[in-house]
Design a protein around this ligand. Sequence first.
Ligand code: GRF
Length: 232
Amino acid sequence: MAAAPRKTPLRVAVLASGRGSNLLSLLRHIEAGHVNARVTLLASDKPDAGALTIARKLGVPAVLAIPPAAGEAADAYDARLLEALVREAPDLVVLAGYMRIVGPAILERFRDRVVNIHPSLLPAFQGLKAVRKALRAGAKVAGCTTHLVTADLDGGPILLQAALLVRPGETEEHLSGRILRLEHLLLPRTVQLFAEGRVTVADGRATIAPGPTWLERPGIELASGALYAEGF
Ligand code: GRF
């Protein structure tokens, strides 16, 4: 059963390693009232990540750089990260450009509550350089996916997808930019579905309960040419 819709904002912890544009978009959608959530923690493994600067500027209450120590084993690092997460007691953990593999201790503790955004239509083009792989394969449709994180890297249950037609001769940089703009819609939308208690996971598949759509919502913009529907 999907959880009941909540009145109190969903507590969200974001993990990010890079520039943080997905974090920024999530914070803006929250600010605009489209997403009933609070980002209570931003943690980064990279002390110079743009995401840290954005989080500080926009008033995220806990902003932590947690770089791995030299030679630190992955499970030791994960234990430290888990401690920081548990302190904030998030309802949802969002990976927004987080470049480390999230280990089993965290996934167990937050089972079915860790979400990632990936710049391809999964299960195609998993892993790094997904846009490059799509172009090299001659894909005619590209896009992005939000999914639950499991031990199967980029292979957990799919939540939402949005697509774009690849333009003839389009460069990786250009297509990445267009996909990124779609990500900026898809990730906040995914968080709002959790806030509305509409996500259920069974038999390795995520189902989204019917409910209000974002498609006609004022202030929600789809990138031009995007293929996005809410058939749930
Ligand atoms: C996005 O393309 C996301 O799909 C990938 O990493 C990138 C993060 O971008 N996992 P940003 O740091 O949110 O700007």
